[in-house]
Design a protein around this ligand. Structure first.
Ligand SMILES: [Zn+2]
Ligand SMILES: [Zn+2]
Length: 472
């Protein structure tokens, strides 16, 4: 090997040790990726720990930078379907750098060929081949994308009998939205039918659907009839509410109904109920009910979250439940304060999150008398705002101004968890562990077969990539 020829023996030994320990580390990285893959697949980062993704959890728990953490999770997932590459990393034969690059393009079909690329080339060759490979992939993908985009279309016309006929092709993402909307709409219609008692008490029980209790007769709609009804409701809803989906802050308007005597009382615990209960059966003069503008009753926790950072309209009611006074619409957090909040918090403050935008959370709810001031506000993304209001996570501001988060069980949720303890000689420990796994790693395990010739990238891609010939 050219670089070590003629080197002093002790330098050669040093080089060997670097090569050997690097291979040991790569082998250990393979095990680390296995663990990450399992933790990710089993949702360890979400269940009870409230992180948005496995990468966010790694950032928090291990202290990786977000890019590296995302990359680890991506490679871990990819190796789940690429056993040959996983094995090459696990025995220290391919470096993590090479495997990382190869997993960007490898599929179970091309894995074998790319493994050879990894063995034969230097890390730089591998990187260049992968870039060339992706170019070919992208060209193929773009062609397919353009094809799809061009073939989109929706035809709506009236048939001879007056029925309106719909036929069309939607791009995958538009189609996904439509299917979601139809599902929600069907759900709503189904609820409506249940609530409106399509159930007829005078019919014998056997003609009622055993689960839904709906009347089973000639008119029970088929699946496609339900779809048609759902589409109708979608169209009506769009026309009724307007097409503009609105900005996130304006999407919900929280109307807080408060009894005049309750409002007059400044006691925090009573005022807390002012945006509390959501009992659908409560009369309009019941203290403390909270409903959305469209009449949807929401849980106490949800209504408190929605009210936390929203447009607020306060109505006073007399004892009979008639509105006596309607206050002006005001933003709970004025724009200037929101800008200051964004400037100070730079996004979600939940440990390990860091999403650059969010909602203003009142640490002590305004309904409990919490002031709308910087010190009582913390920025949280939508997900973590929900975690705090609905999932039992707690946040408070310490006297020194730092935020302190707690898990639903009350345990502290540190911003920076302590590092795991490391044995006094980590390299020895690593060697011992790899030996125990029956891996015999030596300094030359990862040396490529390359003998120094120039890499002809165009030729390499043409030979390797299954689609290269048809795209060149
Ligand atoms: Zn809040
Ligand atoms: Zn967040």
């Amino acid at each position: 090997m050219p670089p070590t020829v003629g080197a002093a023996p002790e330098l050669e030994r040093l080089g060997d040790e670097i090569a050997e320990l690097s291979a040991q580390l790569d082998a250990a990285t393979a095990r680390l990726l296995d663990l990450i893959r399992e933790f990710d697949a089993r949702g360890g980062w979400g269940n009870g720990s409230g992180f948005r993704s496995c990468a966010h959890w790694l950032t928090w728990r291990v202290g990786m930078d977000p890019g590296a953490a995302r990359e680890r999770v991506r490679v871990a997932r990819a190796l789940g379907t690429l056993p040959r590459l996983a094995e090459a990393l696990a025995c220290g034969e391919l470096s993590y750098s090479k495997v990382r690059a190869l997993t960007r393009v490898a599929t179970p079909e091309t894995e074998e060929r790319l493994l050879k690329v990894g063995r034969a080339g230097t890390a730089e060759h591998v990187e260049r081949i992968v870039r060339g490979w992706r170019r070919v992939d992208r060209i193929a993908e773009a062609k397919q994308g353009i094809q799809r985009h061009r073939s989109r279309g929706l035809h709506v016309y009236q048939d001879e009998d007056g029925m309106v006929v719909i036929r069309g092709r939607l791009e995958p993402e538009t189609g996904a939205v439509l299917m979601k909307a139809l599902e929600a709409s069907r759900e709503a219609l189904y609820q409506l039918a249940r609530n409106n008692g399509v159930i007829n008490k005078n019919v014998p029980a056997e003609t009622l659907h055993p689960e839904t209790g709906l009347l089973v007769c000639e008119d029970t709609p088929t699946w496609s009839q339900q779809q048609a009804d759902a589409l109708g409701l979608l169209a009506e809803t769009a026309l009724h509410h307007g097409i503009d989906p609105g900005t996130p802050g304006e999407r919900y308007q929280v109307v807080v109904h408060v009894d005049a005597p309750v409002l007059a009382e400044s006691d925090a615990s009573t005022a807390a109920d002012a945006c509390g209960t959501a009992d659908a059966s409560a009369a309009s003069n019941a203290p403390g009910q909270s409903v959305l503008e469209n009449g949807t009753h929401v849980s106490a926790a949800t209504s408190r979250r929605l009210a936390c950072d929203s447009t607020r309209v306060v109505m006073r009611h007399d004892a009979d439940g008639h509105a006596t006074d309607v206050g002006a619409r005001t933003r709970t957090i004025p724009p200037a304060l929101r800008r200051a909040l964004q400037h100070r918090d730079h996004g979600c403050r939940f440990p390990g999150c860091g999403l650059p935008f969010g909602q203003g959370h009142h640490i002590r709810h305004w309904a409990n008398g919490g002031p709308t001031t910087l010190s009582n506000l913390a920025m949280l993304c939508r997900r973590h705002h929900r975690a705090v209001h609905e999932d039992g996570y707690q946040v408070e501001r310490l006297p020194d101004g730092e935020l302190q988060f707690r898990l639903p069980d009350g345990r502290l949720f540190p911003d920076v968890p302590p590092r795991a303890p490391v044995p006094p000689d980590p390299a020895e420990r690593l060697r011992a562990q790899n030996e125990a796994e029956d891996l015999h790693i030596h300094p030359r395990v990862a040396i490529p077969d390359w003998s120094g010739e120039r890499l002809d990238l165009g030729w390499a891609i043409d030979v390797l990539h299954p689609l290269a010939a048809s795209n060149s």
